[in-house]
Design a protein around this ligand. Structure first.
Ligand code: HAS
Ligand code: CU
Length: 547
């Protein structure tokens, strides 16, 4: 049952997810290219295509579809590698989940393309899309649940056959991510079933906007950690093996994931700090909890530095930063995620700015926020995902990455960094100068302030065009690794824990405890403000279509 190779049938399941993810990258990236060009003021979309239509395509395909498919595919492969080949029942659940998500994506995409759903990826009410848009997204979530339950089943089977043993670290992390996802998606599922579907189907006339946004952000913040945690899995478990070092501490890694489970969810108000209708006290409490969820990221940074330094010293490095030179810079499996880590330092600092209530007044709804999530998601996380593709795809397809492809992958990482540096810096600065996000090109009647933004919008277009080149490069590599690279064996790297690390305490797998604390924190952070929202509800709003 146990081998270092992912079973072929499990590999097919994972690859199916990866294919959809990379198709989403191509189409979503194309939409992104069109957007940055429109925002220069020098380019107009052909035909009747609307700016907000392609912006919806971009957000839905990249933030929701690419991420969810890639993560579920990677996690199935990771479970199969570390907790043994999937049973046929679990694999079947994976395929049912895959098809539900794929059909859901197709339905949602259809209505966006028919111009019936230009509501952006956050689908804020009172913008009202065709019911098909919401039905499709609901299917994506339901599909992810079916896969999630498959993963839970696999984990509990491992526990039963390995009584008293500590679960493999990667499997443990996958389960934490899926538990967090399950608890978080309950919020968006409730919004869909109770609010958006009845309203868009015409069963009710109005929607409570405040409740819908609150339910969305109850889901929306843990969503960003659902993207981040797979990257952290790689940073903790896989990078040490790739560089030839050891995991600094298994226990520390697990603790940081548990902290993410506890503190990711009760913090949604930091997206609603300018929202009227929420008592400032509760905003304050959720901001404090937001700063709690920064701690596991700081622990991660510490642990990574420790891994790199221990490895460097074992290779004879001296001085404070001597280890830096010993890292395997020519290996794309290391280089791409490492550049992702580097970008995560300013990205995380920007997050702290956003989360500070007063500073949020300056940046909220400006393109600064867009700059923030292009650093976090579209650089740190995505470069790490690209890094995964460089070994996972050849591992699953029985091929090897050639030296030429490795070189191309290094070039890809550099292209991505340069493109993102231009685009994201311009977004951050323009945001501080007041440029709004979620908006097409306008000079606002030649207002002097709006004219100030135009040079930055040019930089965004330069950066965005370089990024599109990066997308072409990664697709060349992915197609090569999937279909054309030479046949052979590629390792699925899994790190080992350093000998001097502390033993992992058994309490870390006390799920009743951690899920219990998670629910208690959610109830603490949300019950009173939610009752207040219902009791003092604003008048409902009818639906609007501005496109
Ligand atoms: Fe965020 C808005 C706060 C992290 C994504 N965020 C967004 C949106 C997205 C997003 C998509 O409080 C927009 C949503 C929308 O459409 O409206 N964010 C935070 C905070 C963090 C944070 C406090 N965000 C992320 C991550 C994301 C993401 C991760 C995606 C993956 N964000 C906010 C707030 C808003 C927001 C407000 C709302 C703004 C508004 O007004 O609308 C923290 O989790 C960040 C903690 C990170 C760190 C960095 C640790 C560094 C590490 C790297 C170490 C490097 C090494 C290499 C070892 C503290 C781990 C070093 C080597 C050398 C040689 C130096
Ligand atoms: Cu957030």
């Amino acid at each position: 049952m146990w081998s270092n190779k992912v079973d072929r049938k499990d590999g097919k399941l994972a690859m199916a997810h990866l294919y959809v993810a990379f198709i989403a990258l191509l189409l979503g990236g194309l939409a992104g290219l069109l957007q940055v060009l429109v925002r220069t003021g020098e380019f107009q979309l052909p035909g009747n295509i609307g700016y907000y239509q392609i912006l919806t395509v971009h957000g839905v395909l990249l933030a929701l579809v690419l991420t969810t498919f890639f993560i579920i595919g990677f996690q199935f492969a990771g479970l199969s590698r570390t907790a043994g080949t999937l049973s046929s029942g679990v694999r079947k659940a994976g395929w049912i989940g895959f098809w539900l998500m794929t059909i859901g994506t197709a339905i949602t995409a259809t209505f966006i393309l028919l111009n019936e759903a230009s509501v952006l990826y956050t689908f804020y009410a009172p913008l009202q899309a065709h019911p098909g848009f919401y039905i499709g997204l609901t299917l994506v979530v339901v599909g992810s649940w079916v896969s999630g339950f498959g993963m839970f089943t696999h984990y509990s089977k491992w526990k039963k056959t390995n009584k008293g043993k500590v679960t493999p670290l990667l499997s443990f992390m996958v389960i934490i991510n899926m538990v967090m996802w399950l608890v978080a998606t309950l919020g968006v599922a409730a919004a869909m079933l109770v609010q958006f579907l009845p309203w868009s189907l015409g069963f009710v006339d109005t929607i409570d906007v405040l409740v819908s946004r609150t339910l969305f952000w109850y889901f929306g913040h843990p969503l960003v950690y659902f993207w981040l945690l797979p990257a952290y899995m790689v940073w903790y478990v896989i990078i040490p093996k790739i560089i030839g070092g050891k995991i600094f501490s298994d226990a520390l890694a697990r603790l940081s994931f548990i902290l993410f489970l506890l503190f990711s969810i009760p913090v949604g108000f930091h997206h609603q700090l300018t929202e009227p209708g929420i008592d400032p006290t509760w905003k304050f409490i959720q901001v404090a909890l937001t700063f709690m969820v920064v701690i596991p990221s700081l622990m991660t940074a510490f642990s990574l530095f420790a891994t790199f330094e221990l490895y460097g010293r074992s290779k004879g490095a001296t001085g404070l930063f001597g280890w830096f030179k010993k890292l395997p810079w020519g290996d794309a499996r290391f280089f791409a995620p490492f550049v992702g880590m580097l970008f995560f330092i300013p990205a995380g600092a920007g997050g702290l700015v956003n989360a500070s209530h007063q500073l949020n007044q300056v940046v909220h709804n400006t393109i600064w926020v867009t700059g923030h999530f292009h650093l976090t998601l579209a650089t740190s996380v995505i470069l790490t995902f690209f890094g995964i593709a460089y070994w996972l795809i050849p591992h699953l397809t029985g091929r090897v990455m050639t030296k030429a492809m490795n070189k191309l992958a290094i070039v890809q990482t550099i292209v991505w960094s340069v493109g993102m540096f231009f685009m994201s810096s311009a977004m951050h600065v323009a945001g501080l100068l007041g440029a709004p996000r979620r908006s097409s090109f306008s000079t606002y009647g030649d207002a002097p302030q709006a004219l100030e933004w135009i040079p930055y919008q040019m930089f965004q277009a330069i950066g965005g065009s370089i990024l599109f080149l990066g997308i072409i490069l990664i697709l060349i590599i992915v197609i090569n690794l999937s279909f054309f690279a030479p046949k052979g064996e590629t390792d699925f790297p899994i790190g080992e824990t350093a000998e001097q690390a502390e033993k992992t305490p058994a309490i870390f797998e006390n799920w009743k405890l951690w899920i219990g604390v998670t629910i208690a924190l959610i109830l603490f952070a949300y019950t009173v403000p939610f009752i207040d929202m219902i009791q003092n509800a604003p008048p409902g709003s009818k639906g609007f279509k501005f496109w």
